[in-house]
Design a protein. Structure first.
Length: 311
């Protein structure tokens, strides 16, 4: 079998299922997927897999586990399970949200989750009047708002997300993001740490100067916190040609990163077509054992279904 590297994307591992997000990975599902990866694939640390892609020693069914953004449950829930099964993951950290930060999408979710209903009226914000009487309607409202805000200019997106939460009458709950102490816990456990910018903008929506500053700032902050070089990078949202382009790949190279991951489906294979600064990844959202393995297998094929979103 031809050597190929499958890189999985996670964001959160919830301690228990969330009815509002039935597809979100929880501890039971994550542990099941770890067992399947150990049994049917050859899990590797991402940095090692990158090296083995270059020297020709990559196993046929190589796989890596990665996390984007820097949620606290990565340390609280995912880390103990990774250690239990002797597996490694690389965590890509958006440093601006450490120690109490809140990502824009989480502010939107908080608003819709706690809106009294039966409708969330956002017309004063230039948005819609959304039904939220049922769980299904709240799920639809969240998907609608995230889609409407995602590609707005960064500052406008941040401001609107906070306004939606206020309009819904929702209080800001505890931050869901890692603390510096939890970040260092991941490092002390031997996990990999990579950069994911400072503020998690979609790079293509910024000027080249602003994009480079955000990438560089995230790298410097993370290196300062962990007192170690950071050579791995993940593009926010991560769709080539839409969320980042050739100029951003050049920035990543010039800033000293040796490998970078996107969110386009596929596998990385040794050879002339290998681009270490645009390694493909995919999201394993299937809950069933056979469906999860089937998705991994399909990801190795040239024609692939479109994934539900980036990171």
């Amino acid at each position: 079998m031809t050597a190929a590297l499958s890189i999985l994307i996670y964001h959160r591992v919830l301690a228990r299922p969330d009815a509002l997000f039935p597809g979100e990975v929880d501890a039971v599902l994550f542990e099941r997927q770890l067992r399947l990866l150990k049994r049917f694939y050859a899990p590797l640390p991402l940095a090692e897999a990158v090296q083995r892609l270059q020297d020709g020693s990559l196993p046929a069914r190589a796989a890596c586990i990665t996390f984007d953004d820097g949620y606290a449950d990565n340390a609280q829930v995912a880390l103990p399970l990774l250690l239990k099964h002797g597996l490694h993951a690389t965590f890509f950290i958006a440093t601006g949200y450490l120690d109490g930060g809140r990502m824009w999408n989480d502010a939107v979710i908080e608003g819709v989750r706690h809106a009294p209903g039966p409708r969330l009226d956002l017309r004063e914000l230039g948005l819609d009047r959304l039904p939220v009487a049922s769980l299904a309607q709240r799920q639809t409202a969240i998907a609608t708002l995230l889609g409407q805000l995602k590609y707005l200019p960064f500052s406008q997106r941040q401001q609107l997300a906070l306004q939606i939460r206020r309009q819904a009458g929702a209080e800001a709950g505890p931050s869901a993001m890692l603390s510096t102490a939890q970040l260092r816990q991941l490092q002390a456990a031997g996990m990999g740490l990579g950069a994911h910018t400072a503020s998690h903008p979609i790079l293509a929506t910024l000027s080249d100067g602003a994009a480079r500053r955000d990438i560089a700032h995230g790298k410097r902050q993370l290196e300062s916190l962990i007192q170690a070089p950071v050579t791995l990078f993940a593009y926010p949202n991560g769709k080539a040609g839409r969320d980042y382009g050739a100029s951003h790949v050049a920035m990543v190279r010039s800033l000293g990163f040796t490998a970078a991951v996107a969110t386009d489906w596929g596998v990385a294979r040794p050879g002339a077509g290998l681009d270490l600064l645009q390694l493909p990844r995919f999201t394993p959202w299937d809950r069933g054992r056979l469906a999860f393995l089937w998705r991994l297998r399909q990801n190795r094929r040239p024609a692939r279904p479109a994934p539900p979103g980036g990171g």
